[in-house]
Design a protein around this ligand. Structure first.
Ligand SMILES: [Zn+2]
Length: 276
């Protein structure tokens, strides 16, 4: 989402944040809309980045918009799926060939906050979010796994330990490296952990690459919302009962920590425990 939007938004001056006319129930905004409008008027966007599942629009006064798209929220430069679920628009000072930034959210579960520097530190600063999954070294993966006896699938979703792996990707990653999602993180071998790191990189880069390919029209849709897209590339996610693309085994669905997990119990088998 961020990569495609960045060149259209960074460096621009915010003329006004506005809510879009609609009959939906209002979005959760902190502070309320009027205050966000007032506090952000005339500020320059100096950066846009992703922090786990949030998007941070950094302003030149140290404050930042923090947008959590949740289930159905999208940040868009053009072409919303429909107009009745458009929620907010960041209107910028006009610039040649560049428009405004829209927040569209069908279910309206997304949130938009305007954080002061202190609030940013408190909510997204060190200790609140783990290292971005794409920046983890093998040593970091080792200490991450050694630190918890939770099931590896559950551990991968802990944004405080490692940031940026969503539920869909956790299943995909474990399938790529052939690890049973129910295994204890601390019980993985060094070799398996190395494979886990490589699979994470591969799956996340694949997803980013896919996003990149949707950007020619200036539009971004996230993995769960776009028509076709990464959905069609899933190996196991949401494919319970289908056959595994690697070994032909049957893909199973289980629930771990209230989230669905998909895996193949042929090629992601728990290792046999040998008594020594
Ligand atoms: Zn398989």
């Amino acid at each position: 989402m961020v990569r495609g939007i960045r060149p259209h938004v960074e460096g621009r001056i915010l003329r006004r944040l506005e809510s879009c006319p609609n009959t939906c129930r209002p979005l959760a905004m902190t502070p309320r809309l009027e205050l966000q409008v007032e506090q952000s008027r005339g500020k320059q966007v100096i950066g846009i980045k992703r922090r786990a599942k949030r998007i941070v629009l950094q302003l030149d006064d140290g404050c930042a918009f923090v947008i959590e798209p949740r289930m159905t929220g999208l940040l868009l430069l053009a072409d919303p799926p429909d107009r009745e679920h458009l929620r907010l628009v960041w209107r910028f000072e006009p610039a040649a060939g560049q428009g405004d930034l829209w927040f569209w959210d069908r279910r309206g579960l997304g949130t938009v906050s305007l954080f002061s520097p202190a609030q940013l530190e408190r909510n997204l600063g060190p200790g609140k979010l783990g290292t971005d999954a794409l920046e983890m070294s093998t040593e970091m993966w080792l200490s991450f796994c050694r630190s918890t006896s939770r099931a590896i699938k559950v551990a991968l979703l802990d944004q405080v330990k490692v940031a940026g792996i969503g539920n869909l990707y956790a299943s995909e990653i474990l399938h790529v490296c052939g690890i049973d999602p129910r295994r204890r993180a601390s019980g993985l071998t060094r070799r398996e952990i190395q494979g886990l790191g490589e699979a994470t990189r591969m799956v996340l880069l694949e997803a980013i690459q896919y996003e990149g390919s949707t950007l020619s029209d200036g539009t971004y849709r996230n993995a769960l919302n776009r028509a076709g897209g990464y959905q069609n590339q899933h190996r196991v996610y949401d494919r319970a009962g289908e056959s595994c693309p690697r070994c032909g085994g049957i893909i199973r669905r289980i629930v771990q920590a209230q989230r669905a997990t998909f895996f193949c119990d042929q090629c992601q088998r728990r290792p046999h425990r040998r008594k020594s």
